[in-house]
Write a protein that binds this ligand. Structure first.
Ligand code: GLU
Length: 472
């Protein structure tokens, strides 16, 4: 199912409606389309479905651009505005009319409402059947009209879906849908088909809430004699309880995940696993995902949101990331979250310390908390928890340690030896020395090991911090 029907290069698209924030489900759909296109060396396009003027906002469009950019889902060419193509949509409606595939319907809102009312009262289907479908043009009034597509009235429409298999819809359930309203504006259903056709979309990978739309959209493809794309309707994301995803399950907006401090690479890995699998692989790189992605790996049942799994992958991606790249990503995170930017010295320090920061943190805030020892400048107030380990006895031990650190060779083995010897001399465990030492060096209970901190900040700074702590 991965080959295009015509053998043309693969073209996919994400077509979000800009009516709010960028939903995590939209991000997942975008990622699947992006991976599929990149896997096949094809093109991945972005179309903003802003036809609904009452609901579309520029702010929501910007949120989509920001979300896509943060996630690194680069699209080919310029984003297309659906609204800007309204003339072309109308042209196609007129073409269907000219070909006799569509007809003018002069029914007013009131007449349609009355039809439905009567159908309901009589227990008939409320699907509107316009009397204008077979009317004689000689009877046409001089009044506004909508253009309706002639739906097939018998038989079935089959959607050949790469994920769902063949889905059959009875044509008796399809109405002659409007494609051009009486005010001349195109409907969403028409716009999607015309745009997908004109943009050369070969594969429409989207949420399965659009499955029934596919049957109606296929009518337009057939009426125009256009090639139907390969459909791939993916199950929607559910909450951990298996119910439809909602606010009470957690964050829905892509930007909320960015603000929580997840690296984009981890987010991509996690979103890929929400509904798609490649054997037992959980942790993978973009290159691997691009190489492996196929429609056959998409599951038929809804994936469940799992924050633990995201955190887990996030930790693994940070640990695997190059130090300079991770530092740069943290700078982007700080800017996006409206937090103070790093000074050059802080940035250098962070990069130097990165090797001992990135291994256990699962989010950027966790990493930054651990980085307090390198980001803060002395003298700093130990927080309450770490201040507790700086009692008189501990301070005495640190005072004893200070001159030894002044002469020790500055490498891990020697530093470990020195601290161990001081512990032994005081008849106590290494931890009993490490705790106040950590308080002196970091002012926090969360930090890298005392040895890593000493190695990163150097002898001089270590001694100054010990002095601050013992003088206090
Ligand atoms: N605009 C639709 C949405 O945001 C997508 C339509 C499509 O993918 O065909 O759900």
């Amino acid at each position: 199912m991965t080959d295009t029907p015509s053998g043309a290069p693969v073209v996919t698209r994400i077509a979000p409606s800009p009516t709010g924030y960028m939903h995590i489900g939209t991000a997942r759909t975008a990622l699947f389309n992006w991976l599929f296109a990149r896997h096949h060396g094809g093109r991945f396009l972005l179309r903003i479905e802003d036809t609904d003027r009452a609901r579309s906002t520029d702010e929501a469009t910007q949120a989509i651009f920001r979300g896509m950019t943060w996630l690194g889902l680069d699209w080919d060419g310029d984003a297309v505005s659906q609204f800007a193509r309204a003339d072309r949509h109308a042209e196609v409606a007129q073409a269907m009319l000219a070909e006799g595939k569509a007809y003018k319907c002069f029914a007013t809102q009131q007449e349609i409402a009355a039809y439905r009312e009567a159908a309901r009262a009589e227990g008939r289907s409320t699907l509107y059947r316009s009397a204008w479908r077979d009317a004689d043009p000689a009877t046409f009034p001089d009044a506004p009209f909508a253009i309706r597509v002639k739906a097939p009235q018998e038989g079935n429409t089959v959607i050949h879906d790469a994920v769902q298999g063949d889905v059959t819809i009875r044509n008796s359930e399809l109405d002659d849908m409007i494609c051009l309203r009486s005010d001349g504006t195109p409907t969403y259903m028409l716009a999607v088909v015309v745009d997908d056709h004109d943009m050369g979309v070969t594969h429409a990978i989207r949420g399965d809430d659009h499955l029934t739309n596919a049957a109606r959209q296929q009518m337009i493809y057939d009426a125009m004699g256009w090639q139907v794309p390969v459909w791939a309707h993916i199950p929607l994301i559910h909450g951990p309880d298996g119910k439809k995803l909602s606010k009470r399950h957690g964050a829905l907006g892509v930007e909320e995940y960015q603000d929580m401090g997840f690296p984009a690479a981890a987010m991509r890995n996690y979103l890929a696993r929400l509904g798609w699998s490649h054997g037992d692989d959980e942790f993978f790189t973009d290159a691997q995902a691009c190489e492996w992605f196929d429609l056959g790996g998409i599951g038929k049942s809804p994936a469940r949101l799992d924050m633990k799994k995201l955190e887990n992958l996030s930790g693994q991606h940070m640990a695997a990331c190059d130090d300079a790249a991770l530092t740069a990503e943290i700078e982007t995170y700080l800017a996006a979250a409206d937090l103070p930017a790093l000074s050059q010295a802080q940035k250098d320090g962070l990069e130097r310390a990165m090797y001992c920061l990135k291994d256990r943190a699962r989010t950027f805030p966790q990493l930054l908390e651990k980085a307090h020892f390198i980001l803060a400048s002395r003298p700093f107030e130990p927080d309450e928890k770490s201040a507790g380990s700086l009692d008189a006895v501990s301070r005495g031990i640190l005072t004893e340690l200070t001159p030894q650190l002044q002469t020790a060779t500055w490498n891990r083995d020697t530093l470990e030896q020195v601290v161990t010897q001081v512990a032994e001399a005081n008849d106590t465990k290494l931890g009993k020395v490490a705790q106040p030492l950590r308080a002196a060096l970091a002012g926090r209970t969360v930090s890298p090991s005392v040895f890593d901190m000493m190695l990163v900040i150097g002898r001089e700074e270590t001694n100054l911090r010990l002095k601050d702590a013992t003088d206090a």
